[in-house]
Ligand binder design. Structure first.
Ligand SMILES: Nc1nc2c(c(=O)[nH]1)N[C@H]1C(S)=C(S)[C@@H](COP(=O)(O)OP(=O)(O)OC[C@H]3O[C@@H](n4cnc5c(=O)[nH]c(N)nc54)[C@H](O)[C@@H]3O)O[C@H]1N2
Ligand SMILES: Nc1nc2c(c(=O)[nH]1)N[C@H]1C(S)=C(S)[C@@H](COP(=O)(O)OP(=O)(O)OC[C@H]3O[C@@H](n4cnc5c(=O)[nH]c(N)nc54)[C@H](O)[C@@H]3O)O[C@H]1N2
Ligand code: SF4
Ligand SMILES: [Mo]
Length: 752
């Protein structure tokens, strides 16, 4: 593609959190810089909204740490630039050698996409499939697998709240003011706070910016949400304020649930969670009496003790009051990229850890490398992720990466993870290729946003699709005539002939399914508008969606019958630079996605856990480690590790440790002083910020900091502390292995 002119406004999206708000950008300096950014009013979900972070996107695109050549690690641990042909050849050879010698189960695939970089994920699967890789994971398996697993068992999918319309909105371990997670979060939170008929409930030990606006802030003791939720459920049962008529019609297993919570000691729950029994009681009544309730849980409970149990109890609180499948309540969405299916699919090869949604628990991965077990992972492909920094126990991760026989990282920068890999491959950025949203949970209207690139590829880089095609080709690839046939069909007979040829080809040789994205990229991709080749894989997804839900696609205004509908949807996406609504449904549709049309309340292992909660004496701290650290909190200027240049951050330059002033006084820590924070895994020196927002005994550090970045002279600067230098692999959920990052036991000392 050619560079855009100065002054022209182009549509794209912000890539700094899952929402991918629609933005309009104006380029400068001969189309090389993002000069101005504003919200895109035509975007169907963000409607012009932007938060404080989006205006800083040029720091992602224009950076001094951009990788411009494939790199190979030398025996001394340095990196040397090599050409693409050498890199692809050596990587293909070494990975096939590991497969041939030890089996494909010893090769691990990690990543594939994060808050952005979603379309390339479709191509990443090709190399894995060519090698026969079975085990994989990504960041979802350190936060949401427990929730998916529970939700899938209860609802046959992952219900999301209708926050725009709910009378009562509950945020559980979630701070949307900073982290969003719902569209137009700050505007929405303000709207609810202002509306006398609506109630905002925040459950968080910290008095967050969201809690400031809440009608009810339940300042739960860190790590004790299970007791609070059990107390709420017990109130609903013991005071018999559940919605019996709704439960009779829509749910199975109520009796088993009632039998357990009839015996729960609510006063004991109140003591353990630190919330008065009367407040637990009035909150339960609020939920029971409300016309509609929507609740959102996030990392405050998902990266915490009893997290999977909490995901179950959370749902029970609103489902017992019948807040599902109606406007203002919860529904499973029907998006183009359906998401959140929490099926359990076997166990991991060494630790025997439960695999949910196809993802090995992140905390287990280093344990399954650093062992002499014959089935240990020996090779790893890592793409668009920074696990050495983002997963628990960075020291162990570095050791694990170096213990592998071969590893490759695909990234735009020389990250903490890249610096442990044998090969590093430089990719185009998310503004140099076609890209798309992925996390679309909205209901009844669900949208999708396919974006065109803003810039041509940086010199020396390749799209992930191209890299995987080259790797797969080096491993054998596909017959030339298959590609030629498809290309001919498209050229001579258009899309109709093309799709018939695709189906005939895949029917004749189902193994080609493994490389289908690459085939589409090389054929259909060539026929797409400038820079949009990467969107080819989306064509198949459009057909899947149109075939599965033609009525929803028609209701979204896309016309066409049979197989024409998928192509019409694909073309409509290509012609909608600000995104479009891709499915519209009625609330009755929700029930068709619930197996048997009835919610399954009775989940035995969680009911067993709930039975013993009153007997449990939780003790998270010890004499050696008397504080609990929330290791990785979302703040105004954090964005995982997407932004590496510290200058992008306008506030909180040091990524300070937040601590309650009373705790600080006892430790002789003043504002701006330095503290040493130590866990069983390591120590970090951090700058202190006193704030009475913090619960006493609970301290917090931001996420995504402690990254190295070379300044203009090449001097490496580091900004803030990397929280996973302090976290451990074994502090994890008993069901799905998600980490307890929000309550890491630590010791804090003043440093002179
Ligand atoms: N600014 C910004 N936004 C982001 C991101 C980012 O890096 N920066 N990352 C994105 C990603 S990947 C994600 S997953 C989301 C996460 O979004 P959130 O889950 O909202 O983010 P956190 O700040 O990690 O945690 C939320 C809250 O949990 C609270 N908490 C801590 N301990 C407990 C506890 O024991 N109980 C309860 N109830 N609450 C507790 C914290 O005080 C905090 O306010 O944010 C997304 N949005
Ligand atoms: N202690 C602690 N740890 C945490 C958290 C916490 O709260 N506490 N939060 C966790 C959560 S919820 C999440 S989601 C994870 C996120 O952790 P990861 O999944 O590791 O993701 P990111 O930090 O977003 O890293 C994304 C990587 O993609 C690269 N990248 C950017 N654009 C492109 C591109 O176009 N192509 C390619 N190939 N690469 C690209 C970036 O340079 C970066 O290295 O962090 C987790 N880590
Ligand atoms: S909420 Fe903020 S960070 Fe998230 S996509 Fe929108 S503008 Fe970007
Ligand atoms: Mo996340």
């Amino acid at each position: 593609m050619t560079r855009a002119d100065n002054g022209e406004w182009k549509s794209t999206a912000c890539i700094l959190c899952t929402l991918n708000c629609g933005v309009k950008v104006q380029l400068s300096n001969n189309g090389t810089q993002i000069a101005r950014i504003r919200g895109d009013e035509a975007h169907p979900a963000s409607e012009g909204y932007l938060c404080n972070k989006a205006s800083r996107l040029n720091y992602y695109q224009n950076r001094s740490d951009r990788l411009r050549s494939p790199m190979r690690r030398t025996p001394a641990g340095n990196y040397e630039a090599i050409d693409w042909e050498t890199a692809i050849g050596e990587i293909a050879e070494k990975f096939t050698a590991v497969r041939d010698q030890h089996g494909a189960d010893t090769i691990f695939y990690y990543g594939g996409g994060g808050q952005g970089n979603h379309l390339p994920g479709a191509y990443g699967r090709m190399t894995s499939a060519a090698l026969g890789v079975k085990f994989r994971s990504n960041a979802i398996a350190q936060e949401k697998t427990g929730e998916f697993w529970v939700a899938n068992r209860m609802f046959g999918g992952w219900p999301h709240g209708d926050f725009d319309n709910a009378q009562v909105v509950v945020f559980l371990g979630k701070n949307p003011w900073q982290s969003h997670g719902v569209h137009r979060a700050r505007a929405l939170v303000r709207e609810i706070a202002k509306d006398p008929d609506r109630t905002l409930v925040v459950i968080d030990p910290k008095r967050t910016e969201t809690a400031d606006l809440a009608d009810i802030h339940l300042q739960v003791k860190p790590g004790r949400d299970a007791w609070l939720l059990a107390g709420l459920i017990a109130t609903l049962i013991q005071e018999d304020i559940v919605n019996h008529a709704w439960l009779d019609e829509h749910a199975n297993g109520f009796k088993a649930v009632a039998d357990v919570f009839a015996h729960t000691d609510i006063d004991d729950c109140a003591t353990k969670c630190g919330i008065d029994a009367a407040v637990i009681g009035s909150t339960a009544h609020l939920i029971a009496n409300a016309d509609s309730v929507s609740m959102l849980e996030d990392l405050g409970v998902q990266m915490n003790r009893h997290s999977t149990l909490v995901s179950y109890l959370q749902r029970m609180v609103w489902v017992l009051a019948g807040h599902f499948g109606r406007p203002g309540t919860h529904a499973t969405a029907n998006g183009l990229t359906s998401f959140g299916a929490g099926y359990e699919v076997g166990v991991s090869p060494v630790a025997g850890a439960r695999i949910v949604s196809g993802l090995v628990p992140c905390n287990v991965i280093p344990e399954e490398i650093l062992t002499d077990h014959p089935n240990r992972y020996r090779a790893m492909i890592i793409e668009s992720a920074n696990p050495v920094h983002s997963l628990a126990d960075s020291p162990k991760w570095r050791e694990a990466m170096r213990a592998l026989e071969v590893s490759v990282v695909l990234d735009v920068a020389m990250t903490e993870t890249a610096r442990q890999a044998d090969y590093v491959l430089p990719t185009t950025s998310q503004y140099e290729k076609a890209e798309a949203t992925f996390f679309n949970f909205e209901f009844p209207n669900n949208h999708f946003h396919l974006r065109a690139p803003l810039f041509p590829p940086a010199e020396g880089t390749l799209d992930e699709a191209e890299i995987h095609i080259r790797l797969v080709t080096a491993m054998g690839g596909w017959p030339d005539e298959v590609e030629a046939n498809l290309r001919d069909a498209l050229q001579s007979g258009g899309r109709k002939a093309f799709r018939e040829a695709v189906f005939a080809t895949l029917a004749a040789d189902p193994a080609l399914m493994n490389v289908a994205p690459g085939l589409l990229y090389r054929t259909l991709g060539d026929s797409l508008p400038d820079g949009m080749r990467n969107a080819a894989a989306l064509w198949a997804i459009c057909h899947q969606h149109a075939t599965g839900s033609p009525h929803s696609v028609h209701a979204a205004g896309v016309e066409g019958e049979g197989m024409d509908l998928g192509d019409a949807l694909f073309d409509a996406l290509l012609a909608s630079p600000s995104g479009m609504v891709t499915s519209v449904e009625g609330w009755d549709e929700v029930w068709k996605r619930v197996p048997g049309g009835r919610v399954d309340l009775e989940q035995r292992e969680f009911l067993a856990d709930a039975t013993t909660l009153n007997d449990e004496e939780p003790e998270e701290t010890s004499e050696a480690f008397p504080f609990l650290l929330a290791a990785g909190e979302r703040r105004a200027f954090t964005a995982n590790t997407i932004m590496r240049n510290p200058e992008w951050r306008r506030k909180d330059p040091h990524g300070a440790l937040h601590i309650n002033p009373e705790d600080a006084a006892r430790l002789n820590l003043g504002e701006g002083s330095t503290a040493r924070i130590s866990s069983e895994r390591g120590s970090l020196d951090v700058v202190v910020e006193l704030t009475d927002r913090m619960y006493r005994g609970h301290v917090s550090l931001p996420n995504g900091l402690g990254l190295d970045y070379p300044d203009d002279d090449g001097t490496v600067i580091q900004n803030g502390a990397a929280p996973n230098e302090l976290t451990s692999l074994h502090l994890r959920d008993e069901y799905v292995g998600t980490p307890w990052h929000k309550t890491v036991p630590v010791r804090i000392e003043a440093v002179d």
